[in-house]
Design a protein around this ligand. Structure first.
Ligand code: TRP
Length: 322
């Protein structure tokens, strides 16, 4: 395997984003992309192995059983780009299936340099795959990956793990619309989506008994302390997962146990918290079949095939750019 990395520039973006989020008058919030520093990415790997969090295993089962069938439906030759590749354990199944047909360029687009490094190790032994990774935001990275293809090559975009559900409200649909504009007709999107399921299954998936998800969420505050020299007292914030029925989403918050003030001296700002006041850090939307069909058409795709894992309730969707 050949591999290269296009690195990101260091940025002061985090300070700006944190201050903007904590200044929201109604509901304080923090961007979920900052959950994935080295500690956060490692904790997320553990989440994926937790008994309560069946999502990753369900998707892996689909890919293990159907990788050949999925690959058989793609136009070839195909270049693969993946949004938020993580460690690549799931991707490996698809790349191996593709290697029966062709040698493949694979472009992981991933904000976490640790995850990218891990991915490189994971895929090292697949000879027919050449990896060029982008440490970028999704759409910026996808534009760069799309620009590298040559005439006649089709693009397959992988967006697994139900990450689309982490965009709040209409932002997910809007994201797909913009994504579609980067593609050409006939390109494809393999989209992993967690399906609607009972609340008594969902809540433990996002608030596990070992407290790993709580640590993952609270690490966001620890990271802000580390990188911005803020003074969040971690013992005074607790992880909360609740189900928003109207939005069909699990919401993750960090709830202040007491009245307190947090200061970021480098930015010369402080933020006041009331007892029980929360910072909203992430939502995870759960999809219905009808919604997925609507979403595809609305964003300029034609649904081609779907594979469902019934015991957890997860769908892998293959859509073709119309
Ligand atoms: N895409 C994953 C999901 O929605 C991300 C995730 C899993 C997550 N567990 C989390 C995000 C806990 C924040 C907190 O399931």
């Amino acid at each position: 395997m050949q591999s290269q990395l296009v690195p990101n520039l260091p940025s002061i973006q985090i300070a700006t984003d944190v201050c903007a989020g904590l200044n929201q008058p109604q509901q304080k919030q923090l961007p979920s992309k900052y959950l994935y520093d080295a500690v956060g990415s490692a904790l997320f790997e553990v989440i994926c192995a937790l008994p309560e969090y069946g999502l990753t295993r369900a998707e892996e089962r689909i890919l293990r059983q159907h990788a050949n069938e999925i690959v058989d439906q793609l136009p070839r030759p195909v270049v693969v780009a993946e949004l938020g590749s993580g460690t690549g354990r799931k991707t490996r199944l698809l790349l191996e299936a593709l290697s029966r047909w062709q040698s493949t360029w694979y472009h992981p687009i991933e904000i976490s340099p640790t995850a990218l490094a891990e991915l490189r190790r994971e895929l090292r032994d697949i000879n027919s795959v050449s990896v060029v990774g982008f440490e970028r935001e999704y759409l910026d990275g996808l534009r760069e990956a799309a620009a590298r293809r040559v005439q006649g090559e089709h693009l397959l975009v992988l967006f697994l793990g139900s990450t689309l559900g982490n965009f709040d409200g209409d932002a997910g649909a809007e994201f797909l619309r913009v994504l579609r504009t980067i593609l050409q007709p006939g390109d494809s999107l393999l989209l992993g989506t967690d399906l609607i399921k009972p609340v008594n299954v969902l809540i433990p998936a996002y608030d596990d008994s070992l407290g790993v998800t709580a640590a993952f969420n609270r690490n966001l505050l620890a990271r802000i302390n580390r990188e911005l020299r803020a003074d969040f007292d971690l013992s005074q914030f607790e992880h909360v997962a609740l189900f928003n029925k109207e939005l069909q989403s699990v919401e993750m918050h960090l709830r202040s146990r007491t009245r307190q003030t947090v200061t970021i001296p480098d930015s010369a700002v402080s933020f006041h918290f009331e007892p029980q006041e929360t910072i909203w850090t992430e939502s995870s939307h759960k999809y219905s079949q009808e919604e997925l069909v609507r979403l595809a058409h609305h964003s300029g795709f034609t649904p081609r095939s779907q594979w469902v894992e019934p015991s957890w309730g997860f769908a892998e969707n293959l859509w073709i750019a119309a």
